[in-house]
Design a binder for this molecule. Sequence first.
Ligand code: FMN
Length: 213
Amino acid sequence: MIDLTDRRKDYTQNGLEESGLTKTPFELFDQWLRIALESNLPEPYAMTLATATPDGAASARIVLLRQADQRGLVFFTNYLSRKGREICENPRGSLLFYWPELERQVRIEGLIARITPSESDDYHRLRPPNSRIGAAASEQSEILPNRKALEDRVAELFAKFPNGEIPRPEHWGGYRLCPEYFEFWQGRTSRLHDRLFYQLGPGGIWETGRLAP
Ligand SMILES: Cc1cc2nc3c(=O)[nH]c(=O)nc-3n(C[C@H](O)[C@H](O)[C@H](O)COP(=O)(O)O)c2cc1C
């Protein structure tokens, strides 16, 4: 048993006031992500994606943010994976960024939908050959008999497509989470953290508020 009851850290770097809120959450997210990128954090664009089955059994994993704008946040994956199956049956999802060096967390919730095949093609073309072959070789989330089975499949595909110019498999592509809710968390001293949220209201207006820490 590991006992962590005496491990604690005070958060002192910054605060988040209502005066710091932007018109929509996208501008504030953009500001925070840029700061995270400029701070040379390890993969600040890695985010936890939570999905759930229709009866509410939740699952979470890290995926990489690849594009973000007012339409939403895009990541790429296998549509037949566990997350892909869950999104198909229940499109509600949640994304989470945690940037410990900045004492910041961002929570985003909304509906997830596939991007268009041509958008997925555009990104697939930009990927290095190894990544393209890897994506095509892996039946993500399926049980493998052993590692060799995967490596054999990769070798087979490299023999067929020596420069990695493999077409995008139909079951691999992007999803966009279209946000309806954002929460920006800034750690403060004595656990009195700042939590400011945006909720998308009727007519597309973002309402804001503060939550107790
Ligand atoms: C840093 C990091 C980045 C990852 N990026 C992706 C990604 O962009 N897309 C993806 O499908 N899996 C990515 N993964 C792997 C996923 O966390 C997960 O293992 C995989 O997608 C299968 O998840 P599922 O079985 O829940 O569908 C990443 C893992 C880590 C640790």
